[in-house]
Each structure stands twice: as structure tokens, then as C-alpha cells.
Design a protein around this ligand. Structure first.
Ligand code: B12
Ligand code: SF4
Length: 588
């Protein structure tokens, strides 16, 4: 019998280009340009993200493996010729036809290879009728693969050190990706009716890094290997486990490491923990589901979201509010009211997404029971196209596409570029944090890790950890400074131009006039921005929404188990202070 060897692969590209396998609009391999800063043209930061789950799987099995990320069709077929006993493909629902092509090719040309499928696409109820495969992993993959290969599934999960973005650029200027990612757990207990990430894991939270110390160690490992100190935490509701977040802060304080995080969190959890805790923890950006002004979900009930967002921003925390269009109560009037309401929340960024009943969710079951599921091929189920259910009021499918697009356009016209909003939040937060730090020193207020509040103390000691935090906040704001000139020069309207002018003024008042290096960076962005603008105009002539970038292909071999050895905790340098900042959304 052949020695086991597994290829772990993503679906093949190109992505975001409509062909017979997948859609174009809504399917770019980007987060911001696809569903947040869409319609913002050259102001939209461009970034793709590696297929993180694959690296997590490879790192945690003993069977030799290769991860093939973002292959072209040729890359994929050539890789198969290198000889594998198993091929694991990770996919989401709208990419099912790509997997079908891959699986059929394997069956025809390499019938001896076992096909294992996993990821969100595994929720498709009639998958076995659509394509050939041998095994289907519907839940957490590390444990599943270990059990499948007869390995010890009780071993702790080893977190890989991976960069977040595969590429990044702003105003047409490409820079080296710096930020990293963390995957502390999967799923969410809240079980909101439409939420696939909650339902996929049966409304349970599946921890991968159960303690704050585990998370700290994963950060430390990434810093050692990749020099990253900024992390996007891929956890649906990171603060839902406050004890773990609290342990993480304690560990960072103890080790003098002020790491920076972008997180997802529901509003009710943020309210209970308090903004001071988030600032101290190093939250740079938070993604909050606001969904609808009627606060139909428990996570937002009774919360003044506008006040919460303003408070977070005043402390330098960038807010991305996500909202769902075409909910059941949305007739045309209610839909427009909700879009107005979301824009009026004045978050830095907004994600708009169409209501999608994915199989396994309670929403899907409800619509199925009511006979309201529409036949919408899986490849179109990505949340930016026609609805997959018959809507009580809005039945015209071109309206589903157009209202979504217009919502992004309105956000841009009313609040200007998201990147400019981020810069404004960063500078006001830094200014405030500095002031608060002085006030606390004068009033002998010290951090109490038990109550998560600043409290009066008879023996106040110097808050050295917060000094580190301040340096990080300063760096975050400074990273964003070079975009201001381009944001001003290419502003979409007077409102945005005035906003950019104000931002330049705020930056000058906090940091003084820009130094030569910053000025040069600003002029470079102005130049690359002009080229990018011309490319965008040219594409508009051919009725294309904008430039679709493709992520690079990456092949990583994991030849022997445990070959990539983590730095043991015992070898921590006793004094190790890194002030270097990097983050997934950092500008050049
Ligand atoms: C990062 C991300 C992206 C990145 C892309 C990353 C990439 N290289 O593919 C970006 C931002 C570009 C993106 C784009 C899109 N995404 Co996306 N994305 C995510 C996100 C936030 C995290 C994914 C992740 O890495 N999770 C961490 C890993 C560890 O978890 P995992 O992938 O589930 O893997 C675990 C198991 O599922 C399993 N597993 C997975 N694969 C395999 C394979 C094998 C062989 C085995 C055994 C096990 C296994 O094991 C893993 C470890 O336990 C998820 C939401 C979420 N929280 O998961 C949405 C999510 C996957 N995306 C989704 C969607 C719809 C999209 C878009 C269509 C845009 C949109 N409308 O949201 C586009 C499509 C892009 C394209 N052309 O394919 C949906 C999928 C829904 C569905 N039912 O299919 C999700 C669930 C978001 C949501 N709530 O709707 N996305
Ligand atoms: S709180 Fe967010 S992640 Fe959790 S179930 Fe609701 S929508 Fe999903």
C-alpha cells in the first residue's frame, strides 16, 4: 500500500471573474473591495487572504502534506501528477461547481486518490448527487482528519504562523503584507437564525486555542517566525469568552507585549466588557453585526448602537458595522429606512449583505417548511445576487442586486472613503488615549484586571503596559497618514474633501507637519492613485465595476510531522519589547 500523502487545496482561480463555474460580482477573493468598500473605486484598500484552514489542517496531522493555495487549473492538475494518496478540498457553497470539476478530474485521471471535502460547502444537502467524493467533513477538520488517519485526536491544536493577506495595495500602491491571523475557535453559541457559522457547528463554540495563554503563545510564535505583531482574530464572537480575552491581556501585560487585534464581536458583549478593556487589549478594529434598526436579534436588543459606535471610535477603535438587506420585514420603504439607519450610525465601514438562507440554518428550515425556498443555483448563493427565497415584498431579482450596490454607493457618498474614516478614528483615539493616560496618572487611577475598570489606588504604580499600547496606537495612526493627500485629491465630493482636509489638520495638530518620508509616501500614493484611476475609468467603459485582482498561488510542503517546531515558551527573552506594528489593514 502506498505511503499516505495528502494534498490540501483551495478551489482553483481565477476568482471574481464570471465563468461557467462561479460568479463575478460578490465572488472576489477580497473582503473589503468585495463587500465593504465596494463602490469606493481607488479609495478601496485591496487585499486577499490566504485559505487559513488549510494551513491549520496541515500543521496538525502527521501524514505528509502539501497546501496548494489559490491554484490555477493548471497548477492543480500538475500538482496531482506529483502523486498523492488523498486530496482534501476546502470550499464554500458558491464554489461548488469548481469542486465538481476538480473531483471529476481526479476520478478520471487519478482514480486511486481518495477525495475528502470540507469547509462550508459541506452543508449542501444533495452534495453526493452533484459530484463524486469519498469522505465529507462537515465540522471541525483537525480532529476529523486525525481520526481519519488514525492519529491521536486528543493532542492540543498547534497554531500555524501565517500571514493574513496574500497581497495588499492602496491607491494602486502595492506593499508587503505584514499582519497575521489567529484562529482561536469556530462557531458561535448565539445561533442567530440566518447565521451559517453558528449553525455549521451546531450552535456550539469549538475552541482551538482554549486559553488566553494559548492565544498569546500563538501570537508570540507568529512574531518569532514572521515578525508580526498585528493579528486578525478569526473567531465569530471573540469576546463572548471574556475570561480568555482577560487572560490574554494579563499575559501580554506580564510579557510586555502590546499586540494589536482586529476582532469580530457582538454588541451585547462589547457593552458588558466596556470600551476601556478593548482599548487596553489592543483592539484596533471591531466588526459588529447591527443587522436592522428594529433590533430583532438578542445581541442588539436594547442597545443604543449609534452611541456605542461613537464611543468606540472616540477611543480609536475602528468600527465595521454589518447589516443585512432584504430581511422579511423589508418592504421597499422599510428597506430604505434600514439602509438610512445603518449609514446614520456613522461607523467607519459598513458591510451590506443580502439575507441568505444557507442549508442547515433555522432560517433555511423555516423557509423550507413554508415552501418559500427559491431555486437559486448554489453558484449564485453568495449574498450579492438574487435572493434564494421568495421575498414577501421585493420580488424583482434585479432589485436585489441594485439596492445592495446602491447602499454601498450611498455610504461612500455620505461618509467618504472608508480608509479616510479609519485614519480619523485612529488619530482621535490616539489623542484621547494620551490625554486619558495623563488624567489617570494625575488622579491615581490604575487598571483593575478583576473588574476591568480603572480604579483609584493608594499606591499607584506607573502604567508601563499602557505606554506600550500608546506607542502602538501612535504607529497605527501614523501608518494611515500617507493616504490623506490622495483621499483629499481624489475625494468623490465636497463633503469627503472637507473631511480629508479636517483629517490633515488633525494629524498636523497631533504630530506636527509631516516629515520628508511621509510627504514622499503621500506623493507616491497620489501618483499610483492616478494610474489606478485611469485603469478604473477604462474598465467602466466596458461596463465593469472595477479592477479584479487575483491572489498569487502558494505551495507549502509539510514533509514530516512536527518539522516546523514552535519556539518553546521557556526560551522567551526576559526583556523583549517590540514596538513594531503591523496589521492586516495597514497602509504602506
Ligand atoms: C476569511 C474568509 C474569506 C476570505 C477568503 C479566504 C480564502 N482564501 O478562501 C475572503 C474575505 C476573501 C472571503 C471571501 C468570500 N467569502 Co468568506 N469567509 C471567510 C471567513 C471569515 C473565515 C474563513 C476561515 O478561514 N475560517 C477559519 C478556518 C479554520 O475555518 P474553516 O474554513 O471553516 O475550516 C475548518 C472546517 O470548516 C474544516 N475544513 C475546512 N476545509 C476543509 C477541508 C478538508 C479536506 C477538511 C477535512 C476539513 C476542512 O476544518 C477547518 C478547521 O476546523 C468565513 C467565516 C468564518 N468565520 O469561518 C467566511 C465565509 C467562509 N465566507 C463566505 C462567503 C459567502 C464568501 C464570499 C462569497 C463573500 C461573501 N458574500 O461573504 C467570498 C467568496 C470568495 C471566493 N471567490 O471564493 C461564507 C460561506 C458561506 C457558505 N455557506 O458557503 C462564510 C462562512 C461567511 C458567512 N458567514 O457567510 N472569505
Ligand atoms: S452573534 Fe454573530 S456569529 Fe453569533 S450567531 Fe449571531 S450573527 Fe452569528
Amino acid at each position: 500500500m502506498a505511503t499516505k500523502k495528502i494534498l490540501l487545496t483551495a478551489v482553483f482561480g481565477p476568482y471574481g471573474v464570471k465563468d461557467k463555474y462561479a460568479d463575478g460580482i460578490g465572488m472576489q477573493m477580497e473582503l473589503l473591495n468585495n463587500q465593504i468598500t465596494r463602490e469606493q473605486g481607488i479609495h478601496s484598500p485591496r487585499q486577499s487572504y490566504w485559505s487559513f484552514g488549510l494551513y491549520l489542517l496541515a500543521e496538525n496531522i502527521s501524514v505528509p502534506s502539501t497546501v496548494l493555495d489559490f491554484p490555477s487549473w493548471n497548477d492543480f492538475t500538475q500538482e496531482l501528477n506529483k502523486g498523492y494518496t488523498h486530496v482534501g478540498i476546502s470550499f464554500i457553497v458558491p464554489n461548488v461547481l469548481k469542486v465538481k470539476r476538480m473531483a471529476e478530474y481526479i476520478r478520471e485521471h487519478h482514480p486511486e486518490m481518495k477525495i475528502i471535502l470540507g469547509g462550508y460547502g459541506s452543508i449542501i444537502p444533495d452534495l453526493d448527487k452533484l459530484l463524486p467524493y469519498d469522505e465529507l467533513c462537515t465540522g471541525e477538520g483537525v480532529q476529523w482528519l486525525r481520526e481519519y488517519f488514525g492519529e491521536d485526536s486528543s493532542m492540543p491544536v498547534k497554531h500555524p504562523a501565517v500571514f493574513g493577506p496574500a497581497f495588499q495595495s492602496i491607491y494602486g500602491f502595492k506593499s508587503k503584507p505584514k499582519g497575521s491571523i489567529l484562529m482561536p475557535g469556530l462557531g458561535c453559541e448565539n445561533g442567530c437564525t440566518f447565521c451559517i457559522t453558528s449553525h455549521k457547528f451546531k450552535k456550539k463554540y469549538v475552541p482551538l486555542l482554549p486559553t488566553g495563554k494559548d492565544i498569546f503563545n500563538a501570537c508570540f510564535n507568529s512574531e518569532n517566525k514572521l515578525k508580526t505583531t498585528g493579528f486578525t482574530i478569526l473567531d465569530e464572537n471573540f469576546l463572548k469568552n471574556p475570561e480568555r480575552a482577560r487572560q490574554l491581556l494579563e499575559e501580554m501585560t506580564f510579557r510586555n507585549k502590546a499586540y494589536v487585534f482586529d476582532i469580530f464581536s457582538s454588541a451585547e458583549v462589547i457593552m458588558s466588557l466596556g470600551v476601556d478593556f478593548l482599548v487596553r487589549l489592543g483592539v484596533r478594529m471591531v466588526w459588529v453585526g447591527v443587522e436592522s434598526k428594529h433590533n430583532l436579534h438578542a445581541k442588539t436588543k436594547g442597545i443604543d448602537l449609534k452611541a456605542l459606535i461613537k464611543k468606540l471610535q472616540s477611543h480609536g477603535i475602528i468600527v465595521n458595522a454589518s447589516a443585512i438587506l432584504f430581511q422579511e420585514h423589508h418592504d421597499y420603504k422599510a428597506l430604505c429606512e434600514d439602509i438610512d439607519w445603518v449609514i446614520d450610525l456613522e461607523s467607519d465601514l459598513v458591510q451590506f449583505m443580502n439575507y441568505t438562507p444557507f442549508p442547515t440554518t433555522s432560517l433555511y428550515e423555516k423557509f423550507e417548511h413554508e415552501g418559500r425556498l427559491n431555486y437559486l443555483p448554489y453558484r449564485h448563493q453568495h449574498g450579492a445576487g438574487p435572493l434564494a427565497f421568495s421575498h414577501p415584498y421585493i420580488t424583482n431579482s434585479s432589485d436585489h442586486i441594485q439596492y445592495l450596490k446602491n447602499a454601498f454607493r450611498r455610504k461612500f457618498e455620505e461618509h467618504g472613503p472608508g480608509i479616510l474614516n479609519m485614519a480619523m478614528t485612529a488619530i482621535q483615539g490616539y489623542k484621547r488615549a494620551k490625554q486619558d493616560f495623563i488624567t489617570r496618572e494625575n488622579e491615581s487611577l490604575v487598571w483593575n484586571p478583576a473588574t476591568l475598570r480603572y480604579e483609584k489606588s493608594d499606591q499607584p504604580s506607573k502604567d508601563t503596559f499602557f505606554e506600550l499600547r500608546l506607542r502602538k496606537m501612535e504607529k497605527i495612526a501614523k501608518n494611515l497618514r500617507p493616504i490623506l493627500l490622495a483621499a483629499w485629491a481624489y475625494a468623490p465630493n465636497k463633503l469627503a474633501r472637507n473631511k480629508a482636509r479636517k483629517a490633515i489638520h488633525d494629524y498636523n495638530s497631533v504630530f506636527g507637519q509631516p516629515k520628508f518620508k511621509t510627504k514622499m509616501e503621500s506623493f507616491v500614493l497620489l501618483g499610483t492613485g492616478a494610474t489606478e484611476l485611469m485603469k478604473t475609468w477604462a474598465l467602466k467603459l466596458f461596463s465593469q465595476e472595477g479592477i479584479v485582482y487575483q491572489p498569487p498561488v502558494k505551495r507549502t510542503e509539510y514533509p514530516l510531522p512536527n518539522q516546523l517546531i514552535d519556539t518553546p515558551i521557556a526560551s522567551y527573552p526576559s526583556v523583549y519589547r517590540s514596538l513594531e506594528y503591523s496589521s492586516n489593514l495597514s497602509t504602506p
